[in-house]
Design a binder for this molecule. Structure first.
Ligand SMILES: [Zn+2]
Length: 220
């Protein structure tokens, strides 16, 4: 029997396909995919106390504070999210969060066994990000290369006209990527020092990237 990794952190720049890969990995190995982005959006949608704090931060053009995102994770753990077989996606983002995560897992008898950094060249990422198409009517998203709508420029779900996302110009995306790399480089260093970090090449097809992840984790 191959022992499954206890808990995995997934991180990577926008456009690298991290969410898709985390969700596929959770299906292949029966792990639980915890997306911090989804969890934060759910708090906002439910109008909880934490949701209000998140909305206020976003309104100021900031990320939710370390304290807030940690409280969101803690809520999930206390509600019975497992402390083994958890895939953390989009969290932690800072060393302070990473240290707290370690402590939260240890307190509950779990541990972090692997950190996967999905990465690709800025050229590849910008090409992916700028091909996104959005249906303003129903919210469905498409992509000029990877999820082509059946009728050009029209939503498969509702038939409305598709538009490019507003922020999809190349220079804006490049700037987002640079900011991301600048902000998360210390986190990569933190996990590299602990011997947990594995950098996965996120270029190529979804299947190719999945295979690389499986090779990195070992086992079936
Ligand atoms: Zn639509």
């Amino acid at each position: 029997m191959v022992r499954l990794p206890d808990n995995i952190v997934f991180f990577g720049p926008p456009g690298v396909g991290k969410g898709v890969q985390a969700s596929r990995l959770s299906e292949r190995r029966g792990m639980v995919h915890f997306s911090m982005g989804d969890a934060l959006r759910a708090e906002v949608a439910e109008g909880t106390e934490l949701g209000v704090l998140i909305e206020e931060a976003l309104a100021r053009g900031e990320f939710a504070s370390d304290e807030t995102v940690l409280a969101v994770l803690e809520k999930h753990l206390d509600r019975g999210a497992p402390v083994t077989g958890l895939i953390l996606d989009g969290f932690p983002r800072t060393i302070a969060q990473a240290e707290k995560l370690e402590q939260m897992l240890t307190d509950r008898g779990g541990e972090l066994s692997r950190v996967l950094l999905l990465d690709a060249s800025s050229d590849t990422l910008v090409a992916r990000l700028t091909g996104r198409l959005l249906c303003a009517q129903c919210g469905e998203t498409f992509h000029q290369l990877f999820k082509v709508p059946e009728r050009e420029g029209r939503c498969d779900a509702c038939g409305s006209e598709l538009s490019r996302r507003e922020d999809d110009s190349e220079s804006v995306q490049l700037e987002r990527l640079n900011t991301y790399r600048y902000l998360t480089e210390p986190l990569a260093g933190f996990y590299r020092q602990r011997g947990l970090l594995d950098v996965i090449d996120g270029s190529g097809s979804i299947e190719e990237v999945s295979e690389r992840i499986d090779r990195s984790l070992g086992g079936a």
